[in-house]
Write a protein that binds this ligand. Structure first.
Ligand code: URA
Length: 477
């Protein structure tokens, strides 16, 4: 405000239009005061008081929460006030009703889509993110092959490896920027479509997330819950499956924290009238064999072609079964049989090729995966001893991939689509000295060797066979 007043004073000197400028100064002063103390419905709502209430764990009303979100989105509540409130939320939490009100206010800050034109029950999935998590690319065609409809909006990645959109964009000519009408048409025709997040959905989240990143307020269950669920609700699918990951490479480090987040999200989904379920899954080791954009698409194609079966294919089938059962296609067990049949028959592969073609990509990559981008150099690391793979720290593998160029350090960073890691062994496997452990792909051999050292250091080899924990830890309905 002071800056604006100063600019106006300069203008007074320059133009001498003192009355008009004085009026503008008074306007700015009045507007700034009204931000702090705003009257609505006869009740004086002061942001200062609301921050204090949340700090004292006194619940806010739905109307007060809507007022905060709207005021912040319209630039009436300054960043420092919003940061103070979000810090109070971080420290003291919100009730279920407050979290739901925050989520709905954020959802309503922008456009909300209608899935009616798809003509069937639509089902969305969200993963809280992990290293090598390419389940969307598998479960979307599996669910589509079983008669389900998966309209999916995904993000680009920042850090570690790319997001689902970056992975898909490694397919030659694949377009993730489609008009909404085309998005819904493809979902109706093929059964699945994956596009990048639209700029008009949930602008409140963009503004709030940018501030959270700067003010150490990312790490809060009600704020994470409202951020994720507002975007899911704005997309408008009838059913939502949430894959909440825990472990080294995940947002939530422990199953207990993952459970608290999952319960909060399921509660909000139900309050918003959606069929909603969450699964807690293990992200201590990378998911599947490949980490890196084109390498992950390659692994998906190998699974869809029936050449590979591993923990990734098992988890994707389980997630697809939950999505189908949420959509009313039967019990989880019946839907699991349908999903397996869709994968084993090649129907899911045909759906994947159909989706690629509908989105402008080259569907022949499913027959000729060598068309995917490949890095110029590679390096294979071998075991220095006999033993068992006890752990592979996924966060370290992710950071090695980031150094190789598979992820972004800033929004403007260029991705090397061919870069990444292919694991040849998994937790629990027996290994012999000299046996290949993993291959690193990158622009130069030096880059590959450096990344290989980092991954080698995070692979623990023990003499005792480790006890393996299940990938799918818990279901929360
Ligand atoms: N993902 C989101 O979309 N929002 C958060 O706050 C955290 C993870």
């Amino acid at each position: 405000m002071i800056g604006r007043i100063w600019k106006d004073i300069q203008k007074i000197n320059f133009f001498g239009k003192s009355l008009a400028i004085l009026y503008r100064i008074l306007y700015h002063v009045e507007k700034s005061i009204s931000v702090i103390s705003k009257k609505k419905g006869g009740f004086t709502m002061q942001m200062y008081d609301l921050v204090q209430k949340t700090r004292r764990q006194e619940a806010l009303t739905d109307e007060q929460i809507q007022w905060i979100v709207n005021g912040f989105c319209h630039g009436e509540i300054p960043d420092y006030m919003m940061s103070a409130w979000m810090m109070a939320v971080c420290c003291q939490g919100l009730t279920d009703a407050e979290t739901a009100a925050l989520t709905l206010a954020m959802r309503d800050s922008g456009e909300c889509l209608s899935m009616e034109s798809v003509g069937g029950v639509t089902v969305d999935k969200h993963s809280t993110g992990g290293i090598g998590d390419k389940t969307t690319l598998l479960l979307a065609p599996i669910v589509a092959a079983c008669g389900g409809f998966v309209p999916k909006m995904s993000g680009r990645g920042l850090g570690f490896t790319g997001g689902t959109i970056d992975k898909l964009e490694s397919i030659p000519n694949f377009s993730t920027n489609l008009p909404m009408e085309r998005f819904l048409e493809i979902t109706k025709e093929i059964g699945c479509c994956v596009i990048a997040q639209s700029g008009n959905l949930v602008p409140a989240d963009k503004k709030m997330y940018a501030l959270r990143n700067l003010t150490a307020t990312v790490d809060s269950i009600p704020l994470i819950c409202s951020s994720i669920m507002s975007k899911k609700l704005a997309l408008g699918a009838d059913c939502i499956l949430l894959d909440v990951k825990f472990g080294h490479g995940a947002f939530m480090k422990t199953p207990e924290d993952a459970q608290r987040l999952a319960e909060a999200m399921v509660e909000v989904g139900k309050r918003a009238g959606k069929q909603c379920r969450a699964v807690l899954t293990d992200m201590n080791a990378p998911l599947g064999a490949n980490v890196g954009n084109a390498l992950e698409v390659l692994e998906v194609i190998r699974i869809l072609r029936g050449e590979v079966r591993n923990e990734l294919s098992e988890l994707s089938l389980a997630l697809a079964a939950h999505m189908l059962s949420l959509s009313g296609k039967g019990s989880v067990e019946e839907c699991m049989d349908m999903a397996k049949q869709a994968l084993d028959s090649g129907n899911a592969l045909r759906k994947f090729a159909g989706m690629i073609a509908a989105q402008g990509g080259d569907p022949t990559v499913t027959e000729h995966p060598e068309l995917l981008p490949q890095s110029a150099a590679k390096y294979t690391a071998v075991s220095s001893k006999d033993g068992f793979i006890a752990s592979i720290q996924s966060e370290e593998v992710g950071l090695a991939c980031l150094e190789l160029g598979a992820g972004r350090t800033a929004n403007s960073s260029e991705i090397d689509y061919g870069a990444g890691v292919e694991l040849h062994v998994f937790v629990g496997d027996a290994v012999k000295s000299g046996q290949p452990l993993f291959t690193v792909y990158g622009r130069t051999e030096a880059l590959c060797k450096k990344a290989a050292e980092r991954i080698f250091a995070c692979m623990e080899i023990t003499t005792e066979k480790p006890v393996k924990s299940p990938m799918l830890y818990q279901v929360i309905s």
